[in-house]
Design a binder for this molecule. Structure first.
Ligand code: FAD
Length: 490
C-alpha cells in the first residue's frame, strides 16, 4: 500500500552508474520521463570515479577505453577527453635482484604469443558452437603449450591475462575472451573519466530533471510481492514505489545476502545464475616520490617467484603521460593479493612496495611521500571491481542473468552479452533494459521472461500469465478515487 510520503514513479532505476544513467537517457530519448534514479552514494558515476593525487586527477575505478569503436570510445572522442594510447611494448622487466631481464624475456614472450594464438582460435570455435563445453583460459593456454614456470613467465602471464580479467586464467572463461580489441586509451583528463556522463546524463542536471536523481539513498529491500507495483525501501526509511524497477547493482552486491533483501527471495533460476558469476578484485595503488628513480619505459614489471606480488608499475613520467609532472608510479594488484592489500592499512602496503622497489632499484631510493590505495572490495556499494566470466557461465545461460523477475529488471555490466566487466557493458545493459521496459509498458503480455528450472538455460519466452493493468491507471487511480494523497514529486 502507498503510504503518505512515499515517492512514486512508473520506473525506478536503482543505481546511478553507467547502466542506470544510460537507462535514464534511453527512456528520456523515447519520451518516457516518469522515472526516478535511486543512488546510495553522494555522486553519480558508480565505478567510474576519480580523485586528486599529487596534483593529478587519477582514476580510482575505470581508467582505460579498451574497445576502439565502442560507445565509451565514441564518448571520449566526442567530448575530446585528454587521453594517452597505452604502449604495452614500452616495458622493462626487472627480477628480484634488480637485474634488467627484458631481453631475456623475449623467448618467453614468443612462447606465450603462440599459446595466445591457440587460445584465440579455441575461443572463436567455442563462440561458434554452443554445444562444445567451455574451458578455462589455463586449459587453453596449456593446449597452446604454455606452462609458466619461471618468475619471468609468471610476470608476463600476469601482464597479459590476470591484469585484464582481475583473476587468474584458472577462473576465466575461454569462450568469453574478447578478440582483437585494438588500441587502449588511458584517460588523463583533468575532469576525470566520469566526464563521459556529461553527455549521457547531462540532461539530469537541468532544473526540470534535477529531482529525478535521489542521492544518499541506500536501498535495503525490494518488495515485489504485489502484482502491480514494487516497493523499494532505503536505509533511512524512505520508500519508492514503481511499476517497474531496474536493478543495476554490481553482481557482488547482489551476491551478498546481507545487503539487499528481496521480498520474496529471488527464484532459484535467478539466484543460481547470480551466484555463479565471479566478482573480481582489482586495486590501483598510487605512490608519489620526491624524485624519479625508475626506468623511463611506460611499464615496469617485477618478476617475482610469487605471481601477482606488486607485478606491474605504470610510470606517470613516461613519454605521452606526464614527463614533467610530480614523480608518481601506479602499481596494480588483483585477485587475492588485491583483497589482502585492500584489507590492510595503507602504511603496511607502502612498506611492502617500498621493499619491492628497493629489490629492483637498490637501497638508496627515496621514501614515498604519499600513497593512495583504492578499496573496491571493501566497498558495500560494489563488493569488488568488475565481473569476470567464469567457465561455469556459458553464453547461452546469460539470458537468465538478464531476464526480469516479475516487475524487476536486471541491468549492470555483468549482464552485458559481449562487454561484461567494462563501462560499455554498463551502458549497453542500461540501454537494453530501458528498451525492454518501454516495450513492456506497451504490452506486459509480450514482456519476455525466462521460464525454466533452476539449473537449465532455456530460451526466453513471452510470459502470458502476467497481464495486469498499469500502476498509473489502476493502482494510483484507485487511491485518488478514495481521496488519498496522490503525491508525485517529479
Ligand atoms: C578498479 C576498476 C577498474 C576498472 N577498469 C576499467 C577499465 O579500464 N575500462 C572499463 O571500461 N571498465 C573498467 N572498469 C569497470 C567499469 O567501471 C564498470 O564495468 C562500469 O562502470 C559498471 O557500471 P554499472 O552501472 O554496471 O555499475 P556501477 O557503476 O557499480 O553502478 C551501480 C550503482 O549502484 C549503486 N548502488 C550499489 N548498491 C546500492 C544500494 N544498496 N542502494 C542504492 N544504490 C546502490 C552504486 O553506488 C553505483 O553507483 C573498472 C572498474 C573498477 C572498479
Amino acid at each position: 500500500l502507498v503510504n503518505h510520503g512515499d515517492t512514486q514513479a512508473r520506473i525506478l532505476i536503482l543505481g546511478a552508474g553507467a547502466s542506470g544513467l544510460q537507462a535514464a537517457r534511453t527512456l528520456h530519448d523515447n519520451g518516457m520521463d516518469d522515472f526516478i534514479i535511486v543512488e546510495a552514494a553522494d555522486r553519480i558515476g558508480g565505478r567510474v570515479q576519480s580523485a586528486q593525487f599529487a596534483g593529478y586527477t587519477v582514476p580510482l575505478g575505470a581508467g582505460w577505453v579498451q574497445r576502439a569503436g565502442s560507445q565509451t570510445d565514441q564518448l571520449v572522442h566526442d567530448l575530446d577527453l585528454r587521453r594517452h594510447t597505452s604502449d604495452y611494448d614500452s616495458l622493462t622487466i626487472r627480477n628480484a635482484t634488480g637485474h634488467d631481464v627484458t631481453d631475456e624475456a623475449d623467448a618467453n614472450y614468443e612462447r606465450l604469443e603462440k599459446a595466445i594464438d591457440k587460445l584465440n582460435e579455441l575461443s572463436a570455435r567455442l563462440k561458434k558452437n554452443d554445444d562444445i563445453p567451455d574451458m578455462s583460459q589455463r586449459s587453453a593456454l596449456r593446449i597452446g603449450e604454455w606452462i609458466p614456470q619461471s618468475a619471468i613467465d609468471k610476470a608476463i602471464e600476469w601482464f597479459e591475462y590476470d591484469f585484464e580479467y582481475a583473476d587468474g586464467p584458472e577462473v576465466s572463461s575461454t569462450e568469453a575472451v574478447g578478440l582483437d580489441e585494438g588500441e587502449e586509451l588511458y584517460i588523463t583528463d583533468t575532469g576525470g573519466f566520469e566526464r563521459i556522463f556529461d553527455e549521457v546524463a547531462g540532461f539530469l542536471t537541468t532544473p526540470a530533471y534535477i529531482n529525478h536523481t535521489r542521492l544518499n539513498q541506500k536501498v535495503v529491500s525490494i518488495d515485489y510481492r504485489n502484482d502491480i507495483s514494487v516497493v523499494v525501501t532505503c536505509e533511512d526509511g524512505t520508500r519508492y514505489i514503481g511499476e517497474y524497477v531496474l536493478i543495476t547493482f554490481s553482481i557482488g552486491v547482489l551476491q551478498n545476502p546481507n545487503l539487499i533483501q528481496f521480498i520474496p527471495t529471488l527464484p532459484e533460476w535467478k539466484d543460481v545464475e547470480i551466484k555463479k558469476f565471479q566478482m573480481a578484485a582489482y586495486t590501483s595503488i598510487y605512490l608519489s616520490f620526491p624524485s624519479k628513480f625508475w626506468d623511463d619505459t611506460e611499464w615496469v614489471l617485477y618478476a617475482s617467484e610469487r605471481k601477482g606480488y606488486f607485478p606491474a608499475f605504470l610510470n606517470y613520467q613516461a613519454a605521452g603521460l606526464f614527463p614533467n609532472g610530480t614523480p608518481v608510479i601506479v602499481v596494480f594488484v588483483i585477485g587475492d593479493e588485491s583483497r589482502r592489500v585492500e584489507a590492510q592499512p595503507s602504511d603496511a602496503t607502502k612498506a611492502e612496495i617500498q621493499q619491492v622497489l628497493r629489490d629492483m632499484y637498490g637501497d638508496s631510493i627515496p621514501e614515498a611521500t604519499d600513497i593512495l590505495v583504492t578499496r573496491w572490495s571493501q566497498n558495500p556499494l560494489t563488493e569488488g571491481s568488475f565481473s569476470n566470466v567464469p567457465v561455469e557461465v556459458p553464453t547461452k545461460c546469460r539470458q537468465k542473468l538478464q531476464s526480469r523477475v516479475g516487475r524487476l529488471f536486471f541491468g549492470g555490466e555483468a549482464t552485458s552479452d559481449h562487454f561484461s566487466g567494462y563501462i560499455v557493458g554498463g551502458l549497453d545493459s542500461g540501454d537494453r533494459e530501458a528498451r525492454k521496459m518501454l516495450q513492456c509498458l506497451e504490452d506486459f503480455k509480450e514482456c519476455p521472461t525466462f521460464e525454466g528450472d533452476g539449473l537449465e538455460c532455456e530460451q526466453a519466452e513471452a510470459d502470458s500469465a502476467c497481464s495486469v493493468p498499469s500502476i498509473n491507471t489502476a493502482f494510483l487511480g484507485l487511491f485518488c478515487l478514495f481521496g488519498i494523497l496522490c503525491y508525485r514529486p517529479i
